[in-house]
Write a protein that binds this ligand. Structure first.
Ligand code: NAD
Length: 318
């Protein structure tokens, strides 16, 4: 049985994606780019409604310390996507040698700035800066990354507020493709604070039966082979062999790695995995765009919540 309760490999009857593009091997490609565009359109509509009601656009402060090239690309993309969605983007670029005290002072100023609904601290922070201290200083109501212990705790207690963007993106993608999570055996490979752990909490919230694997896991292959829903967040190119993927499984590959040829690849060996899976995310074009879209959605949610509207009005889904 696969994640939707159908026999291995067969497309379930209720699966609206049956006519969607399939990877060469047979899996349905989970088109994160297309779904992210839909989410961003919802966000734009909600941001415009917010601006009409409150006389200002939702504001997202993006803080980058130093000039890590990958971070600079991410930050540029986030800023552009914000503007396109009608969210005010407030840039704070600090030199690499900025002291922890100075960063903390900026966070405090942003916490008190009424125009700022969301605060995003681009990671990694330079060596010598305690990232936990900085992240803990962000007002949980403005924590659009969903990394603050208060937001993680609320998710753990089944009453999510601002939800970590990548795991939230996995859930939205599963919803869009009609992938049933309730009752599914879900395995998350990776247990970091920003992806693996909140991913496990999201899947638990969706009522999956969840296993979390990490460097202490004894028999990773056996755990992966059981998975009807597999989320890989390890950070090693092609780390999970396609032959381990359960036939018909839904595979969400969070990994973004540079392969030997300089191209971006995921944590799952794509070709052989796609030949066995029921659904699979490409890298790039899977969870990368979804993560940015969910961040923008969180920024609008934060704006409404700060204005006293909870739950925030949803966008109109096509
Ligand atoms: P991390 O290094 O913080 O965590 C990696 C996890 O993998 C750890 O929990 C570790 O225990 C586990 N792991 C490592 N080796 C293992 C092994 N041999 N067996 C089992 N588990 C093992 O990484 P992260 O920040 O969680 O990111 C993971 C990947 O996701 C990276 O490639 C990163 O670039 C990518 N990422 C993508 C997005 C996105 O927008 N799509 C967002 C965040 C992270």
């Amino acid at each position: 049985m696969n994640a939707s309760g159908s026999e291995a490999g067969a497309a379930p009857a209720h699966h609206e994606g049956a006519a969607r593009p399939r990877a060469a091997g047979g899996a349905v490609l989970l088109d994160g780019k297309a779904v992210a565009a839909r989410v961003r359109a919802e966000v734009a509509e909600r941001a415009a409604a917010f601006a009409a009601r409150y006389g200002r656009r939702p504001g997202l402060a993006v803080v980058q310390v130093g000039e890590d090239p990958a971070s600079s690309v991410y930050v540029r993309n986030k800023r552009r996507a914000s503007l396109e969605a009608g969210i005010e983007s407030l840039a704070h670029d600090l030199p690499v040698d900025t002291s922890e005290a100075r960063i903390l002072a900026l966070v405090q100023a942003l916490n008190h700035d009424e125009r700022v609904d969301g605060i995003l601290i681009q990671l990694p922070l330079p060596k010598g800066v305690d990232a936990n201290r900085i992240m803990d200083a962000v007002d949980p109501a403005k924590d659009v990354d969903g990394f603050h212990p208060v937001n993680t705790g609320l998710l753990a207690q089944k009453r999510p507020r601002l939800r970590p963007c990548t795991p939230f993106g996995v859930i939205r993608l599963a919803q869009e493709y009609g992938i049933a999570l309730t009752g599914a055996r879900a395995t998350v490979v990776g247990a970091s604070n920003i992806v693996g752990r909140p991913m496990a909490l999201e899947l638990l919230l969706a009522r999956a039966t969840v296993t979390v694997c990490h460097t202490g896991t004894r028999d990773l292959r056996a755990e992966v082979e059981r998975a009807e829903v597999l989320v890989a967040a390890v950070g090693k190119p092609g780390f999970i062999p396609g032959a381990w993927v359960r036939p018909g499984a839904a595979v969400f590959d969070v990994g973004i790695n540079r392969g030997g040829d300089g191209k971006l690849v995921g944590d799952v060996e794509f070709g052989p995995a796609a030949a066995r899976a029921g659904w699979i995310t490409p890298v790039p074009g899977g969870l990368g765009p979804m993560t940015i879209a969910m961040l923008l959605s969180n920024a609008v949610d934060a704006a409404y919540t700060r204005a006293g509207v909870w739950p925030p009005p949803p966008g109109r889904r096509e």
